[in-house]
Design a protein around this ligand. Structure first.
Ligand code: ADP
Length: 175
């Protein structure tokens, strides 16, 4: 079986020329701040138009689930929107829900036969998930998916926006 490489990059996920970038959306799928706002700003109105159609068809997106739209004007072909958990102290299923975000995004990318995907540090902004805990869940979920599934993906990139996340991912992936 061909290998899937896991990489780390620091920077703005909207600039990446990959098959899909993942958006840390909220369940309304109508856009918000942080990476969500940056993706809609850079990708243009086609992304929001598709999100609205999805919500009209199937309702809002539950935490841990994911949906796919066009990348609009982005270099990426697709945006996979996933809804991370809000951190409430860790006893309300947050780790499982965060793992589901990664798993469901990778599943959708695999169903579309995509080769490359980039993730932001889901839930570690306004949703308040502690960064080290979130990074461990993210790396574990991606490793588990790659081990357990025959995936088209050859490249999975963790895009770290801040230096602290970059340091954590380097530590976890190399340790
Ligand atoms: P959440 O609501 O899931 O916490 P945020 O967008 O507030 O979502 O934050 C998620 C992560 O995305 C944070 O680590 C934040 O620093 C990061 N981020 C914000 N803008 C960008 C961007 N343009 N590219 C990559 N990551 C970003």
């Amino acid at each position: 079986m061909e290998q899937t490489k896991i990489e780390i990059q620091q920077g703005d996920i909207t600039k990446l020329d990959v098959d899909a970038i993942v958006n840390a959306a909220n369940s309304s799928l109508l856009g918000g701040g942080g990476v969500d706002g940056a993706i809609h700003r850079a990708g243009g109105p086609a992304i929001l138009a598709e999100c609205k159609k999805i919500v009209a068809r199937q309702g809002s997106c539950p935490t841990g689930e994911a949906v796919i739209t066009t990348g609009g004007k982005l270099p990426a072909r697709y945006v996979i929107h996933t809804v991370g958990p809000v951190w409430h102290g860790g006893e309300q299923d947050e780790p499982q829900q965060l793992a589901n975000c990664y798993r469901n995004s990778l599943r959708i990318a695999t169903e579309k036969q995509l080769k490359s995907i980039a993730f932001p540090n889901i839930s570690t902004g306004v949703y308040g998930y502690p960064k080290e805990k979130a990074a461990k869940v993210a790396v574990q979920a991606v490793n588990d998916f790659i081990r357990d599934n025959d995936t088209s993906l050859r490249q999975v990139i963790f895009v770290c926006f801040d230096a602290e996340n970059l340091r954590l991912y380097e530590k976890i992936l190399k340790g």
